[in-house]
Write a protein that binds this ligand. Sequence first.
Ligand SMILES: [Fe+2]
Ligand SMILES: [Zn+2]
Length: 383
Amino acid sequence: MRLENTTPIAPMLNGTPRIELGASDATSVKVEMNGFRMLDLPYLWLRDNCLCDDCRVSETQEKRFMLSDVPADLSPLSVALDDSELVITWPDQHCTRFVLEDIVALSAPRHDPAMAWAPDFAPRYFDWSLFLHDDIAAAEAISTFLIDGAIVINSAPQDSETLELLSPRLGPIRELLFDRIHNVLVDTHVYNVAHTPFALPPHNDFASYSFPPTVQALHMLENDVEGGKSIIVDSWGVAEDLRRDRPDYFETLCEFAVPFREFDETNETFAVEPIIKCDTKGRIISVRFSNQLMQTMDPMKEGVKTFYQAYHEFCRRITDPTRHCTFRLEGGQILLVAAHRILHAREAFNPVGKRHLQDAYFELDNIANKLILLQRNAKVSHV
Ligand SMILES: [Fe+2]
Ligand SMILES: [Zn+2]
């Protein structure tokens, strides 16, 4: 491979007076800044991500080029810097160009990551009509939701179609068995402890699905009862503390699969999944916790004894009131929770008077991507 000029390009990143090609090797192109490695770009990555109209569907920006059309040991004929662009010529004379700034920008997250709660955490409140009709207010609410995992929307209409109206902001409702919009009342079809005045321990809904809904909206239509305060818990914070204090327990909860079931005369849902799931880097991506839906498991199953020790400790921490954020959800308020992270609970209440809650489910992907659209539109309107 031939390295063409190593002339420094014009300053393009903060404090970058000199950018040049580094020494070549057999697998990647190095780009250096002041002698330090800035980028290490594998040849196959460079070829696979070519942006030209031959390699992309120009209307959609989708990739057309298929990596297996070149050999695994592909290497460029030449690499050069042309101002702020990296120019690669391949053995078949195909030319690939990259703006270095665009490559650097790939390391930026799409949105702010979830952040642990402070000990005095309380959800932020946003106005219903601004959330629906003002893009800047909606972007701020969604961004807060992605960081905190919980917000409250205030002054929502107190009627039973209200949750349907959130779809322009939250995406389509994720339908599950039982109902599209779930009514939580004492005098209703009882298939869950929520339909009684008893206290509800922290849980996420539909642990009995292999992939439970990732967002839950709890809309209080009326709340005239004594008691019944709402409680939310950041289960990821609890699980991180457990990982620090008892890594063996944490590992057990990641590995041991637990049966969950929710059912009535006409519906049957069942899943066998671990309490904690992590991504490929070991970061927590979901906690599944539902005392009410957890099923009796075969006591002879391997690992039950170890699981119960770990689960006892996790239950103790989840039910610890110092981890709870407690508040009263009034009529016209909607609590929105990132349901794989934030558990919800309810204190017992005196069923004299009316308490009517409705639940609907949404998907976090749709909401996170809505924020990208809102931010893009805000940029365009500033131009
Ligand atoms: Fe629930
Ligand atoms: Zn190309």
